[in-house]
Write a protein that binds this ligand. Structure first.
Ligand SMILES: [Zn+2]
Length: 307
């Protein structure tokens, strides 16, 4: 049984589910009969078992490299002409109720020699194919139940078509942009997500608690793209972790709240930064920036995992 975190309900009533809550509250308002005491002792013994939190595992994968010739693309007016290496990360969350893959990286087919995009401003390459990393832990992408994509830029959706039996979790604005008349206008390439459509997508209009227990929650954070979103995790041993999507691309942009020149909406981005930072402060979550190469060098990658 899964222990749900609901501050309005005490633990011993919570674990019994909806049917027990009302009777238990009623009982406590009367003199305790012998039968009621016996019932309460059952509740107490159940609560010990049910307080076990679900065993969630988080795997981190290397999903490509991004070389930027001029980092001011990400921080207009700052660090002009400076180059920077970024990494590209994707993640598997294994929950007792199913698997969620978060972001699908650069396509393995790009390979180690790579390609240039943005008129040569960025060089993209893949030196550690995701397929081999999944094989190493015995995971088949076609068996994954849920696919969460922070946004539809090509470095986040590259291998999405492998997850062809998953339900795509996507904000309405991102869906409308990606599956509308002109996805190219948003920098999206429909060939990279041709396995998906309305029939295997779950359209979101806000935060979404994926497994209903508050442990794996998609956070709406629009602005980088029309329906950009992030992922909040609450792990038993490692505690809360926020995965950035592209709210920021590296740590100094987080420190200075800088908005890349190519973002869809600057004001929306700044508002999302404010909301998310508030949530991070409240929860005490670690903040993992998916493209930050230096930070990622300090994070364990598959086959190791966090729980
Ligand atoms: Zn992006």
């Amino acid at each position: 049984m899964i222990a749900r975190r609901d501050p309005a309900i005490n633990t011993s009533t919570d674990i019994q589910g909806m049917t027990m809550r009302t009777p238990l509250r009623t009982i406590t308002t009367f003199l305790l009969s012998a039968a009621a005491i016996a019932a309460l002792s059952v509740v107490a013994s159940c609560s010990t078992n049910s307080q076990q939190t679900p065993d969630i595992k988080l795997y981190v994968f290397k999903c490509g490299n991004i070389s930027s010739r001029d980092i001011s693309l990400f921080s207009p007016g700052v660090n002009e002409g400076q180059s920077k290496e970024l990494t590209d990360s994707c993640y598997l969350i294994r929950h007792p109720q199913g698997d969620l893959f978060w972001d699908a990286g650069l396509a393995d087919s790009i390979g180690p020699d790579g390609i240039e995009v943005f008129n040569g401003a960025l060089h993209l390459s893949v030196t550690n194919p995701l397929r081999a990393q999944l094989d190493a832990i015995g995971v088949k992408p076609e068996e994954i139940e849920w696919l969460g994509i922070s946004h539809f830029h090509s470095d986040h959706i590259g291998n999405a078509n492998w997850f062809n039996n998953a339900t795509l979790l996507i904000q309405k604005e991102e869906f409308d942009a990606a599956f509308g008349a002109n996805p190219q206008q948003y920098g999206f390439n429909p060939d990279l997500y041709s396995q998906f459509n309305a029939s295997n997508s779950q359209i979101l209009q806000g935060d979404h608690d994926v497994f209903g227990d508050g442990r794996v929650v998609i956070k709406r954070a629009v602005g980088h793209t029309p329906g950009h979103q992030m992922l909040y995790l609450d792990l038993s041993n490692s505690g809360p972790i926020m995965l950035s999507g592209d709210l920021y691309h590296f740590t100094s942009n987080r420190e200075h709240q800088r908005v890349p020149s190519f973002n869809f909406d600057k004001e929306q981005t700044l508002e999302a930064m404010k909301q998310i930072e508030q949530h991070v402060k409240q929860t005490g979550a670690q903040f993992w920036i998916q493209h930050d190469k230096e930070q990622n060098a300090t994070i364990l990658h598959a086959p190791e995992f966090y729980n």
